[in-house]
Ligand binder design. Structure first.
Ligand SMILES: [Zn+2]
Length: 393
């Protein structure tokens, strides 16, 4: 009962907005835990709270939706909410702990990530195959490039593992005095003073991230995962990440995981470097940024349901965090039923973490809200706050 009251209060504040001008609250990021039989449909005990969450999302973009019944969180304890699927706002998530905490989420976190920029590996593979073929005076096939790419990717995944192990050990070598409050108050679970901070950090995750699946596929086979052929290859690539991380987890008894990196700055800097080296390639480097992780490129004209259909085929490969967004026109505001249909669809498709995006402008003069195109339709002011979510935060 008190949980219901807290949830209701948080959502009402989110809808109301912050301060006298009712600004949209960005931090802390609101996340609604969607659970079958609890709040998912009419007649379930907390359905009213789901509706309130949808109302908030329709107005404020937040909350996002965490899928408690996600298949990737199997093994959680229905009687212990601390094991329910949840994320750290942007997308990071804790999978099954190999060191005894199971699906516990509280008191654990992502210790360090490394991100692999896949399009560069694809270009290196292509160049190598090209060179060899021209020496032998013959044409080469996509299959040869793919084979070379998979070998190189495997090598880079192993290098990422080594980097993570080195960083992990370095972090573990810190004195508990460098974050005394944290250790004194058990903000990280499992701390045993005699064993040092490793006793707690070993329950966290160390993750291998990735950037630019869509562009990688374009280089390898000249189409991306919005096509069947592209999706087949995408599954092979993601399967390698998943397999290797599972092996490392067993071998080192540390929670290696596959992470669909947000890469908000990296997707620009990586593209800049790529362009300097390889120039502008159609559908690969003819934009200012690489596509995040496994996302469908934003310039593809797919509706929310198609986007969910495509990305839901890949989210099960990631156990350390991923997010699926759909973009809506601003007319979604006030259409709570439409938002509900989309959220339900994503949850049904086993999307672990789901968020909606639409243009949200606020006039700084009269505080009207909507999609303004630079000028307030109410008072004509051009002093507009434009909220456009790029990352998951
Ligand atoms: Zn105005």
């Amino acid at each position: 009962m008190s949980g219901r009251m807290v949830t209701k209060a948080l959502l009402e504040v989110s809808i109301e907005g912050l301060g006298r001008y009712h600004k949209t609250s960005i931090f802390p990021c609101g996340i609604f835990q969607y659970m079958k039989g609890v709040n998912d449909k009419k007649g379930t005990p907390n359905y009213d709270l789901f509706r309130l969450a949808l109302k908030s999302t329709a107005k404020r973009i937040y909350p996002n939706y965490a899928n408690v019944d996600w298949s990737g969180n199997a093994g959680y304890d229905r009687n212990d909410p601390r094991t329910y699927f949840s994320t750290m706002g942007c997308r990071t998530a804790n999978g099954m702990d190999i060191n005894g905490f199971g699906q516990l989420k509280d008191g654990r976190g992502n210790i360090c990530p490394v991100t692999i920029i896949m399009p560069t590996l694809a270009m290196q593979s292509k160049e190598k195959v090209e060179k060899k073929a021209s020496k032998e005076d013959r044409v080469y096939s996509n299959e040869e490039v793919i084979e070379e790419f998979m070998k190189l990717l495997d090598k880079k995944i192993a290098e990422a593992r080594d980097m993570l192990l080195e960083r992990f050990e370095h972090i573990c070598s810190q004195s508990p005095n460098s974050a005394k409050f944290m250790w004194e108050n058990n903000t990280m679970a499992g701390y045993v003073p005699e064993e040092g901070i490793r006793s707690a950090l070993k329950h966290g995750t160390i993750v291998i991230g990735q950037l630019g699946l869509a562009e990688t596929l374009q280089i390898l086979i000249q189409k991306d995962h919005t096509t069947e052929e592209g999706m087949d290859l995408a599954k092979v690539i993601e399967g390698l990440f998943k397999k290797r991380c599972a092996e490392f987890k067993e071998e080192y008894k540390l929670n290696f995981g596959v992470y669909y990196t947000p890469a908000e700055n990296l997707c620009y800097t990586a593209m800049k470097k790529f362009k300097n080296k390889y120039g502008v390639i159609e559908n690969v480097s003819d934009r200012d940024y690489f596509t995040n992780s496994i996302h469908v490129p934003v310039w593809h004209d797919v509706d929310p349901f198609e986007k969910i259909d495509i990305e839901s085929q890949l989210t099960s490969f990631s156990n350390a965090g991923c997010i699926t967004y759909v973009e809506l026109p601003s007319t979604a505001i006030n259409n709570i039923d439409a938002v509900e249909t989309i959220v339900n669809y994503a949850m049904e498709k086993d999307i672990p973490y789901f968020a909606l995006n639409f243009p949200l402008d606020t006039c700084n003069k009269c505080h009207a809200q909507g999609d303004f195109n630079g000028k307030c339709p109410e008072c004509g002011s051009e002093d507009i706050d434009e909220l456009r979510r790029v990352t998951g935060r």
